[in-house]
Write a protein that binds this ligand. Structure first.
Ligand SMILES: [Zn+2]
Length: 330
């Protein structure tokens, strides 16, 4: 398939199991697909579902294959909303608004009219407007001096802290910042996103004491941030990776609120190349030697012994020492 207009019912049928496909057919027949639009090889629509708000559904053709996404909670592959959207596309193409034509028309408008459009968008759809600003101006952002510092803004929530009652509100704020950082992945700003996520995880750990996290929401949030970074790690530049490893180690070393396992785990998974591994060798060995000097190995203080054991484990996993604690040469 070279063009999404060539998609057939058979192509759609092959995307999902027969049950999902049947449900998609019903959704299409019931007219659940609304506000459909097309831009090049991408089609979008809202699909009415069981929730009160419509799902945002999206299909594009990429390297000859149909790729889809939907805001519904169905997680096990292509959902019925995607099927319904594609069937609508195949059977009722005239309903789809041609956004390519629309944007070309808009580009020809006098500047005063465009300003009016921008102002209306900012007023009526502020979230969409912010998102568009972030996506449409990657050149300005890619030098990173002009990029918004989401962590700085999230810090306000973190510095404020939250009691049990305020937890879910605080988590929603933090989650919103995380999602806004991740939007930048669409413009392939991996260094920037990884750094923002690292600093966010770090800031959460620093301010953890001001939160009543008895449900563990903030703790899982930190783990999710670290998992996000892991996913894009190989696309991050080496210089930035080294810088971020140092930042994470710095937090892991301080070990204030019990995040050390998460951070240690991250370091072990993230240090894939020997350059990465070497970059942490000196500080980790230094820490281990220091703990040894303070009698960490046989300390009567449980906390001190625990510290020693985990740094030992980290050094072992990163190949700096062997199981007997003998330092290994490069
Ligand atoms: Zn869906």
């Amino acid at each position: 398939m070279k063009n999404i207009s060539q998609a057939t019912v058979e192509d759609v049928r092959s995307l999902a199991g027969s049950k999902i496909f049947r449900r998609g057919v019903e959704y299409f027949a019931e007219g659940c697909v609304v506000n459909p639009s097309v831009l090049g090889n991408e089609i979008r629509a809202e699909v009415e579902g069981s929730s009160s708000s419509n799902y945002k559904t999206y299909v594009k053709l990429e390297r000859g294959k149909l790729k889809s996404d939907c805001s519904c909670p169905y997680d096990w592959g292509v959902c019925k909303h995607v099927i319904a959207l594609l069937l609508h596309w195949i059977n009722r193409r005239e309903d789809f608004e041609d956004m390519g034509k629309k944007s070309k028309d808009a580009a020809k408008m006098p500047k005063a009219d465009l300003v009016k459009i921008v102002e209306t968008l900012a007023r009526e759809e502020p979230q969409t407007f912010s998102k568009i600003m972030e996506l449409a101006l990657p050149q300005k952002i890619s030098n990173e001096t002009g990029s918004p510092d989401f962590v700085k803004q999230a810090l306000r929530t973190l510095e404020h802290g939250a009691g049990y009652q305020e937890m879910s509100s605080a988590m929603r704020q933090l989650e919103a910042w995380r999602q806004r950082m991740k939007i930048r992945l669409q413009t392939k700003q991996y260094d920037y996103v990884a750094e923002q996520l690292c600093r966010l995880a770090d800031a959460c750990a620093v301010h953890y004491g001001s939160f009543d996290d008895s449900n563990g929401q903030l703790a899982s949030f930190v783990d999710e941030c670290l998992a996000d970074i892991e996913k894009i790690w190989s696309s991050v530049g080496e210089k930035k990776r080294i810088e971020l490893l140092a930042l994470i180690w710095n937090r892991a070393e301080k070990d204030d609120y019990g995040f050390e396992d998460s951070f240690d785990d991250f370091l072990i998974k993230a240090c894939k190349t020997s350059v990465e591994q070497q970059s942490l060798k000196k500080p980790i060995i230094q820490k281990l030697t220091m703990l040894e000097g303070e009698g960490g190995k046989n300390s009567k203080s449980g906390a001190m012994q625990y510290q020693y054991e985990r740094v030992f484990e980290l050094a072992l996993n990163l190949g700096y020492i062997n199981k007997k604690g003998v330092y290994l040469q490069d």
